[in-house]
Write a protein that binds this ligand. Sequence first.
Ligand code: SF4
Ligand code: SF4
Length: 197
Amino acid sequence: MYNFSINPAYDYEQGTYANGSVNERMELYRRCEAEGVGISVMKAFSSGQLLDERTSPFGKALTKIQCIQYALDKPGVLTVLPGIRGKKDLEEILKFNKATEEEKDYSIISEFTPPEATGKCVYCNHCEPCPMGLDIGLINKYYDLSKAGDILAKDHYKNLEKTAKDCIQCGHCNTRCPFKVDQMNRMQEIANYFENI
Ligand code: SF4
Ligand code: SF4
């Protein structure tokens, strides 16, 4: 297990501990999963800065629930460990367990996405529902992990009930993705890739 600070600010190169570029950080998360190293997330709220629009580097506040979901969607992440100052903090964090999909939706960060991250899938599933029942985020995650050398990703992909081959190119995900991913194209690319490895 490896402790690492993950939040949208650090991933988008904002703040003192924002080490590495967007791509380098995503590669690190994939490498951890590929090599069987679990990540325990610290500073999910960027020391609270992201929770207040006056201190958020984006000028907009995120909720704790959005920040936790953001971190959990990253490859390799097993757990998020927010700082707890008392019972009130703990009760707030535990609300995550009962949060709705709308409360977990962090697509607002697409407004701050730097050019190098635009068009890249972050596995958030904000483009769901897919009419064919594909788990779009998971399919993309296994694809990226397999390309990063994760030998288990191929089997995980092949064990999915629906894979990229089942995509009917309806375009619903393309119109819904806040991160401007051309998912229709990517599904064809993913289907080809897994057919040929
Ligand atoms: S295509 Fe877009 S909305 Fe769908 S999982 Fe990827 S980043 Fe999220
Ligand atoms: S284009 Fe494919 S993956 Fe996207 S919503 Fe339609 S069927 Fe699902």
